[in-house]
Design a binder for this molecule. Sequence first.
Ligand SMILES: O=C(O)c1ccc[n+]([C@@H]2O[C@H](COP(=O)([O-])O)[C@@H](O)[C@H]2O)c1
Ligand SMILES: Cc1cc2nc[nH]c2cc1C
Length: 381
Amino acid sequence: MQRFFCANQDLDESFIEAAFLHQRQLTKPEGSLGRLEEVAIRLASHQRCTQPEVVKPWISVFAADHGIVEDGVSAYPQAVTQEMVKNFSRGGAAISVLAEFSQAEFEIVDVGIKEDPAPLAHLLSARVAAGTQNFSKLPAMSEQQLFAALSVGADAAERARNAGADLFIAGEMGIGNTSSAAAMTAVLSGKAVSEVVGEGTGISFSQKKQKAQVIEQAINLHREHLTSPLRVLQYLGGFEIAAMTGAYIRCAQLGLSVVVDGVIASVAAWVGDFVSRNEQLLRCQSSEEMLDLGKYSMPETIFCTCGSCPRLVEWCFFAHLSAEPAHEVILEALGVEPMLQFEMRLGEASGAALVIPLLRQACALHNRMATFEQAGVSSAD
Ligand SMILES: O=C(O)c1ccc[n+]([C@@H]2O[C@H](COP(=O)([O-])O)[C@@H](O)[C@H]2O)c1
Ligand SMILES: Cc1cc2nc[nH]c2cc1C
């Protein structure tokens, strides 16, 4: 646990400045490559270099099951979590295709699928339990399970770094996990459940009403325990969501660039952003203290400013805006803009993998375009 109690890696302003000045010298009207310029500048600052590159992207897809599915909140049966993991392993899923397309390292991490699918190619077994408890009746997980799942994610970030990865992507697979994402978003934002609940895998209008009711009752049941973002994750989240939170926290500490996927990944990043920006984290002596971070007036303390280290989101690109309504709420709260708006709602890290070629093209333009001087082109007056 001790490894979580450290500051996010600093960003060296001089590389941001140098990359910004370099962009101005390239043969294009200033700012005409829009956010591609910002992507290149951000990668240059992450990589502390003048010629940023994405050579070795890494994708960890965390899979786990959710007790809440027994309340009829998903369009698909729970068995699909394990069945899709087998599909990931065989190369037939969207993320398998996209990972191969971008020549990314790809691993699947079982954090708590109901039925153990091991052994499978690309699968790492890090099972915390055989699925969460049904959070409409019980806390989704215990404190110990929460910290075990956070550690599974942090381990993945460290594996990526040790393998020389220059970009980390977390994905998830878990039937029922949009209920967790909606519940967590409602509590963390203070918005009504009806404003953040979505269709997930494709439920009907009446099922969506039922899903909202289940979530609302669950929040009321646990209300007195939802005293900090990590408690919200413990009571309403999932093992794969906690693993993503742990991975993002560790990436920001290691200084590894992250691309965040859809609504479930983003709620995980939101919790991570809160935890890592809270300067009390640096003084924590134990996981018990960490759990209580932001205990008082919770939604407000999420936005508290921490010491001098950059926020976790400074290490992140947000790939796309998912069709789930909670996603917009999360991105707005984080103060970030998604790169794409493609109405995707697949998960698996698919949206994040989709932007790897965009990041690479932003780097190629930054590194290879001629300057006005080199090309003999007149610059602006
Ligand atoms: O990433 C997203 O924005 C996203 C939006 C809707 C659904 N999903 C995926 O669909 C599954 C959860 O949907 P559900 O309806 O079972 O809660 C889970 O495996 C997610 O990867 C993912
Ligand atoms: C088929 C299927 C694939 C998925 N990938 C992520 N979530 C999913 C949910 C379903 C139902």
